[in-house]
Design a protein around this ligand. Sequence first.
Ligand SMILES: [Zn+2]
Length: 351
Amino acid sequence: MEYYLPTKIVIGSVEEELKKQVNLFSPIRILLITGSQIMRKIGLIDKLLNLLEGYKVLLFEGVEANPGPELVQRIKQEADLIISLGGGSVIDVAKAVSTEMKKPCIAIPTTSGTGSEVTPFAALYDMKKKKKLSLTVNFPAVAIIDYQLSLTMPKELVASTGIDALCQSIEAYWSVYSGPLSDVHARKAIELVANNLEDSWQGNEKAKEVMSLAALESGLAFSQTKTTACHSVSYPLSIRYGIPHGAACGLTLPYFLEYNYQVSKEDCLDKRGPEFVRDRIREIVGFLGLKEIEEGKRYLIDLMKRIGLPTKIDFDMEIVLKEAFTPERVGNNPRLVTENNLRRILKEIKK
Ligand SMILES: [Zn+2]
C-alpha cells in the first residue's frame, strides 16, 4: 500500500493566502486559467487580478465543461506558474497544461465536489469520437480551499458536484485499490456529504463550508484508489446526453451498491475476497447512517430526488452499453461488470 500526495493543501481565504503562496514560486509570468463568464460577472477574476498586482498575469478565460485536448494546446504559453480558478474542468485543463509546460500549478476550486485540486487525473473529452480520455497528470503544487468561493454556485451545481463527491468517496471505499489511508478520507467524505449535502443545497452557509471539506476529503481518497463502475458508466451519459458529471455518476450509484454487495467468489475482482467486499458495502451503508443494503439503495435514490437530480433518463441502450466500459475505471470495481449485468442496471435508470 502506498499513499502519495505532493500537493500542499491550504484551507483559508484566498485574500490572505494567494499572494503568500504565489510568492514562494517567485514567478515572472503567471498564467491564470478560469472558466465561464459567471466568474467575471461575480467579480472573481478582478478580485484575483487585484490580489496578483505586481505580477505579469496572462489570462485565459472560458474553459467550458467537458474540455478537449486541443484546448490544452491552445492555452499553453510561456509562464512560470499556472493558477486555475474554477470547477473540475478548469482545474483538469490547468493540470494538463502545467504537466506539458513542466511548471507548477496552484488550484483554487470554486465548486465543492470534484476534488480535482488534489488528484493526478484530468478528464478530457474527444467530442468528435465521443470518447473520454483519462490522462494522468501532475498533482497541483498547491490547493487553496476557500469555501467562500463556492457560495455563489447555482443550486444545480451544488447538487451535481455534491453527488460527485459522494460517488467518488463511496467508489474509493469499495475500489480494489482501497487501503487504510484512503479509507479514512473516503469514510469522512461519505459522512460529511450524507449530513450536509441537502442543507447545502437549501442554501445553508455552514453546510456549504463543510461540503468544501467533503469534496477535498473525497479527492484525498480517490486520488489513491481511482474511481470505479459508476464513473465508467457516467462518461457516455455526459458526452452523449449532456448529463452533468456528478448527476451522471449518481444515476447508477444505488444500483452498483446493490450489485457489488451481491459479489461472489466467481466474479470478485478484489484479491481480498467477496466477504471483504460485502463487509465494505455494509460499512458504507453504515456511514450513511443506515443498516440494510436495500435501505442504502433507497436512500441514494431519494437523495438524488430531494436535491432535484434525475433518477431516470432517456438514452440509447446499445450505445451506452458499448461505451460504458472504460477499462481503467471499471477494472477497479470490486465485482466484475458483464454486459448483461450492466444492461440490467441501465434498465433501472432508463425512462
Ligand atoms: Zn467524479
